[in-house]
Design a protein around this ligand. Structure first.
Ligand code: DX5
Ligand code: ZN
Length: 227
């Protein structure tokens, strides 16, 4: 698998989401990352199922829906039905993570498991063979435009090793504070899905920012271990 760029619309103008998605797609976005927040699991409220449904109608690339909500089991079928191709859930929010991963897959979506910065990767171990992707949070979830937590780079390597040990080629996604300066390093560490919010949409030209991030990411893939 090559490196996929997933612009996060969290930093876009919510009154013009269609334009934001189109600009990111012109710049080569492979996925659109949608941050769902409930004001409980994280201290912020964003968007929900109806917006995903509308985005699905206009987006040409798959939607990567990141659920930062309490009790995500209650909502995964609605997000899958709304058109989420990928649904990721936080291990910190789930008592029965294995069941939730199976439920997402049964709905026909790719199942991702997300680790907060303070969550050790051992939390993944028992589902490592089951997941379709793993998201390493490189900021504390809740807001766009935060600073990348440096420890996340080695955490990506450790998650990659855990998945490899389980015989699972599932990609590692990194989410938070990724920009033109650090993207090559996270790719070199093994991340293959790169979320970028502020680095795309807090710029005058999101299309160009997406293109430049993608070029920097692709330039950092060691050909021998491209995945
Ligand atoms: C943070 C979100 C991220 C956020 C990333 O809670 O999960 O997806 O949008 O934005 P940047 O790239 O600005 O850190
Ligand atoms: Zn996210």
């Amino acid at each position: 698998m090559n490196v996929l760029i997933a612009p996060s619309i969290l930093s876009a103008d919510f009154a013009r989401l269609g334009d934001a998605v189109a600009a990111a797609e012109r710049g080569g976005a492979d996925l659109i990352h949608v941050d769902v927040m409930d004001g409980h699991f994280v201290p912020n409220i964003t968007i929900g199922v109806p917006v995903v449904k509308s985005l699905r109608r206009i987006a040409r690339v798959p939607l990567d829906v990141h659920l930062m909500i309490e009790d995500p089991d209650r909502y995964i079928d609605a997000f899958a039905e709304a058109g989420a191709a990928m649904i990721s859930v936080h291990v910190e929010a789930l008592r029965h993570l294995h069941r939730t991963v199976q439920a997402i897959k049964a709905l026909g979506a790719k199942a991702g498991v997300v680790l907060n910065p303070a969550t050790p990767i051992v939390a993944l171990q028992e589902v490592a063979a089951e997941v379709d992707f793993v998201v390493v949070m490189s900021v504390n979830p809740g807001f766009g435009g935060q600073t990348f937590i440096p420890r996340s780079e080695s955490k990506v390597r450790e998650v990659r090793a855990l998945l490899d040990g389980a015989g699972n080629p599932a990609p590692v996604e990194i989410d938070g504070g990724v920009d033109q300066h650090n993207i090559a390093r996270v790719v070199a560490a093994g991340a293959r899905i790169i979320v970028a919010g502020a680095a795309v949409f807090n710029t005058p030209d999101p299309e160009r920012a997406t293109r430049e991030l993608k070029a920097a990411a692709l330039g950092a893939v060691p050909s021998a271990v491209s995945r």
